[in-house]
Design a protein around this ligand. Sequence first.
Ligand code: AMP
Length: 498
Amino acid sequence: MTDHISSSNFSPTHFDTHQLNNDKFNDECGVFGVFATPEASTHTVLGLHALQHRGQEAAGIVSQADGQFYSHKSLGHVADNFNTKPVIESLPGDSAIGHVRYSTSGGTGLRNVQPLFADLARGGFAVCHNGNLTNALTLKKQLVNKGAIFQSTSDSEVVIHLIATSTYPILQDKFIDAMRRVEGAFAFVALSQDCLIGARDPLGVRPLVIGKLPHDGYIFASETCALDIIGADFIRDVEPGEVVTVTKEGMTSVKPFPLSNPRPCIFEHVYFSRPDSLTNGTSVYKVRKNIGKELAKECKLDADLVVPVPDSGVPAAIGYAQEANIPFELGIIRNHYVGRTFIEPSDTIRHLGVKLKHNANRGELEGKIVVLVDDSIVRGTTSVKIVDLVRQAGAKEVHLYIASPPTTNPCFYGVDTPDKDKLLASRMSLEEMAKHIGADSLKFISIDGLYRAVGENGRNNLIPQYCDACFSGEYPTQLTDNNASDDDKQFSLLTDSH
Ligand code: AMP
């Protein structure tokens, strides 16, 4: 769906109204933006394609040419929906921003697909967001009480309203004013007719990097892999609490928040980022291998074989095998053509044991004592299936080693973890989990081991160097919405379902 969204013709009729009741107030996503570059939308398509792992549900791009804004949004993958000349031609101009979205359970509607766009007093403004604002519902209530009309259930729309109602005269200051009122985790990329803005929350929970194309043109992206795909140089990370503005005159930066100790998300290293990216300047692949090495130091076993759960367990399994000096084999093969949109088989077919995503490489497993390495256990569904698969293929013993500590707490900062009562490690002891999964033994790396793998001496328990709330339960910001009164929660339910 492509729209020319100049001031005159932007209207809510562009939204898909069939899904209005199903959206949750939570996303994990990838963001990208490019300024002053010919073929800005093509660069954005490529950048989003590299960030596809951060969200497969929907994608959107807004471009800008001579003060006019153009938008194309669709459900599904970037490569399937931004692959034609007419689509690219419908997004003209030398600047653009884009977003890939992964909605949590429940459907998604086009109305929540970003970038969001608004006609502000001084011209068009588009914004996209990775992260989750922990006071968005509270702010939304205040704004609605003052007459604001929301068109999506995305927490990011709160920012648009805060900018629109800010009394500061200049757009950058309105944006900063809005940023100061939100809590939680954010990496924002925003576009006006004369600037591109990249901003990271004061703790730097979600990543955002700056790149530059060989001749000209600055870029913001969630990960460095989105720079590599278009041959852009990695300049540096947007620092925690930094707001960077790019105009035709160049790049300027301010740090408008009170100083705090950075707490980037440690789960980006464990699972979320692509292994070929640099997160906070460190190779994600190297860190994942280090996690495997630390795991091997902590949990030794006289095994025949180290086998990764592909793809997410591969680097840690390589590290484990190298450190433990045990052969590494691909004992499980992954089918890469199974997307999130694959139709789930009926119960009858499922009971036949259809293995959509993974199959055992039987010849490698028969009669072997296997250390199976995966990155994390969330609900435990994957582990049950995989351990059974390896055992059915003839392995003598199956020991499941996990390259992160037990996930015992939900994330409120934009990673899709289910409620606490659905997290296996919050429901069961280690022995109960091993029994439930059917593994001969189950081990998790310690939290200090994980911190050593990212280059620290261990976790500083007084001032932790990372956000590790999913493992520790220590949330580094207020959780205003979560602690809201039942009345307020009722309000949010009502406003969510309109
Ligand atoms: P399960 O324990 O069945 O819920 O799934 C755990 C697996 O899902 C892990 O091994 C990861 O590969 C993957 N995973 C972990 N966190 C997430 C997430 N936030 N979104 C999607 N997949 C995830």
